[in-house]
Design a protein around this ligand. Structure first.
Ligand SMILES: CSCC[C@H](NC=O)C(=O)N[C@@H](CO)C(=O)O
Length: 665
């Protein structure tokens, strides 16, 4: 799937189709926010199945273009490759093609649905459940489907029998059971049991009630525990960024990810004996996992050997160490294995955007995408570096310098903070669309003459458990502010950078960090752009708990508690239909600044857009607004800001500039 200026389409790479072997098989010609997902082969390899549209699960569909049509609700489509004919199979999402390839199981609200791909029979509802359905898994013979249903703070594993048209449940004892996986012979189901919900806490959770792996015989509601995590590191379950949580192998072992060593690494447990082995020891963590069709070997991406990279490996447990399929200098991720042993993946570099590659049995790698425009080769190559926060934490970052930047001509600089926070920016185009966009924006800013420092602050992935789950983090104390401070000090120490012209921008969790920097250290940050940022963590607490100690701590860790010392100009941006970080966060921040600060604040509302911008035109608005703001605020030498926390009477607040396509709240 490729997004070309908002036109998302499906392409097929087939060397028989001519030199590039690329053919577009869908015909979406508008920047209309139509999302595509869950691409799978169907009818052998004669057709492709995918989800088109937005999953709204009961809410209203986004109305991105304001034409009242609303974004298309998610539906499952089938496109015949030869003819390009496309038909809608049914409304729904999360399709999974059966092992024989003629049926799909999928979800529609709280229904598990089944459809024949050859449309010989209309779709039918296998069962309706009270909970949210996830993790569909076909039995190897395609006669049963296992899934998780989460409801009322619990989750349990259901097994639907297609022949009997009956649904049975595996006892969950009030726990949170997820990630069903079948044995190779279809006689058993394995699953993960959590003793507390797998929810993002935004406060660091280095350990908890130990999770476990259990198995149940088909037709039996009882299950048995085959492995339990130790207390301490690894006691909290951590999923991979991409791929199944459990892989039950033909040799009677189950492969899973565990952080016992402080790194998310592949382990195997023997179902019969409970014996456990670490398959990927050493410094590094796993990001994507994919099973090979033989159900013996598997593919994975990790940053072993280069914590700031992504490499592809093949592993056959019991047959020696993992074999590297790609080299360390490119970024390769999201592997897929084919029956003929060929491997496909996505690869990018600092110049080349994400593209599909084929890796043959002899590890020869071929790019499957069209040749790229030559100007991409001129993009600024990153300098991968590390600096320390004042508590001694090592912070990895990429520094991009514009041509000509040197001590004789120091340039303005911008710090970029990613979102998540459990993410990792790399010195290349990113595999996640939001960060692919932000990498592009960083290169645009370098092209406009700014140095850019993209910071992998604590709370992010790639650098181990203790880095991702630090003490006093987020709403429990904002320890990540130490990295905000350190980033500015690092840049101010670089001869190529003008220390009085350091700015920052960030989206979502990254927006929170920018606000912390501007509120607490306007003497370090001369300007900032806060996009869809959190401003007041205490809003996450119900009214009745607003005076509780945790809520008070959350508020003290929030930017709104330090707006009196916010001096530097800022641009606040928010999508008006943001369903992840409410627009109210930015409105409340604006009000607090209006009351307590004399900083010049501008606002831009991006009408009808979502948290992660879906229209290319919205991205262009965002990019232009950010680049324009920094050129206006940092493009010229400015006097340094003194640290004055008394909130001196300053000039009247600048009027909010009329946003390009938004309204002033
Ligand atoms: C309460 S902060 C929420 C931030 C949000 N996290 C998860 O959805 C976030 O950063 N979202 C994107 C960035 O747009 C992400 O990377 O997950």
């Amino acid at each position: 799937m490729a997004n070309d200026a908002g036109r998302r389409n499906i392409w097929i790479a087939n060397p028989a189709d001519g030199d590039t072997g690329l053919r577009r098989i869908t015909d979406h010609t508008r920047d209309d926010g139509l999302l595509l997902a869950d691409l799978q082969w169907g009818l052998g390899s004669a057709a492709l199945l995918y989800v088109a549209g937005s999953i709204t699960t009961g809410g209203r569909a986004p109305d991105l273009r304001g034409d009242g049509e609303g974004a298309a609700p998610a539906e499952i489509r089938l496109t015949v490759i030869e003819s390009g004919d496309t038909r809608t199979i049914a409304a729904g999402y999360a399709p999974l093609v059966s092992p024989a390839g003629h049926s799909i199981a999928f979800v529609d609200a709280q229904d598990l649905r089944i459809a024949r791909i050859d449309a010989l029979h209309p779709p039918f509802t296998a069962c309706s459940v009270a909970g949210t359905i996830s993790g569909l898994s076909w039995s190897p013979r395609g006669d049963k489907i296992a899934f998780a249903s989460a409801h009322d703070g619990q989750s349990r594993i259901g097994v639907f029998d297609l022949a009997e048209r009956s649904l049975s449940w595996i006892d969950n004892d009030g726990a949170f059971d997820i990630a069903a996986a079948w044995s190779a012979d279809g006689a058993g189901v394995a699953f993960i049991r959590l003793l507390e919900p797998d929810a993002e806490t935004y406060s660091g959770r280095p350990e908890g009630l130990p999770w476990s792996i259990r198995t149940a015989g088909v037709g039996h509601s009882a299950s048995r525990c085959i492995w339990t995590a130790y207390t301490g590191p690894g006691s909290v379950f951590r999923s991979f960024e991409h791929g199944p949580a459990l892989l039950w192998r033909t040799n009677g072992t189950i492969i899973f990810g565990w952080e016992r060593t402080g790194w998310l690494q592949l382990h195997s447990v023997d179902v019969a004996t409970g014996a456990v082995a670490n398959l990927t020891p050493g410094q590094g963590e796993i990001f994507s996992v994919a099973s090979c069709p033989d159900r013996r070997s598997l593919l994975f991406s990790s940053n072993h050997g280069n914590l700031d990279g992504r490499r592809l490996w093949r592993l056959e447990p019991g047959k020696g160490a993992p074999v590297a399929l790609t080299n360390a200098d490119a970024v390769t991720d999201r592997p897929v294995a084919c029956r003929n042993g060929r491997v496909f993946a996505l690869q990018s570099s600092s110049a080349n955007p994400l593209r599909p590659v084929a890796i043959d049995g002899d590890r020869r790698l071929r790019c499957l995408a069209s040749p790229l425009p030559r100007w991409l080769a001129d993009l600024a190559p990153p300098e991968q570096l590390c600096f320390q926060a004042r508590d001694g934490t090592d912070i990895h970052a990429q520094l991009y310098l514009p041509q000509g930047a040197d001590a004789a001509q120091p340039v303005p600089a911008i710090v970029h903070f990613h979102g998540g926070p459990a993410r990792q920016m790399l010195g290349a185009w990113h595999v996640i669309e939001t960060y692919h966009q932000q990498y592009g924006l960083n290169q645009l800013l370098v092209d406009r003459g700014f140095a850019v420092l993209s910071v992998n602050y604590r709370g992010g992935t790639g650098y181990g458990l203790s880095f991702r789950e630090p003490a006093d983090f987020g709403l429990s104390g904002a320890s990540e502010y130490l990295d905000v401070e350190a980033a500015a000090h690092f840049l101010r120490g670089r001869a190529e950078v003008d220390p009085n012209r350091v700015g920052a921008y960030g989206v979502s969790y990254g927006g929170l960090l920018v606000s912390l920097g501007l509120a607490r250290a306007s003497h370090l940050y001369a300007a900032g752009v806060v996009c869809a940022g959190v401003a007041d963590w205490s809003a996450l607490f119900p009214e009745a708990e607003q005076d509780s100690a945790p809520a008070r701590l959350a508020r003290s860790a929030s930017p709104v508690s330090d707006t009196a010392s916010w001096r530097s100009p800022a641009l606040l941006i928010h999508a008006t239909d943001d369903r992840v970080v409410p627009l109210q966060q930015t409105i409340d921040l604006r009000e607090a600044l209006r009351r307590e600060s004399d900083a010049a604040i501008e606002m831009l509302l991006i009408e009808r857009e979502q948290h992660d911008l879906q229209l290319a035109s919205s991205c262009a608005t965002l990019f232009d607004a950010i680049a324009d703001f920094f050129e206006r605020k940092l493009g010229r030498a400015i006097e340094p800001v003194t640290v004055d926390r008394r909130g001196a009477d300053g000039p009247p607040l600048s009027e909010m500039t009329r946003p390009q396509n938004g309204t002033v709240p």
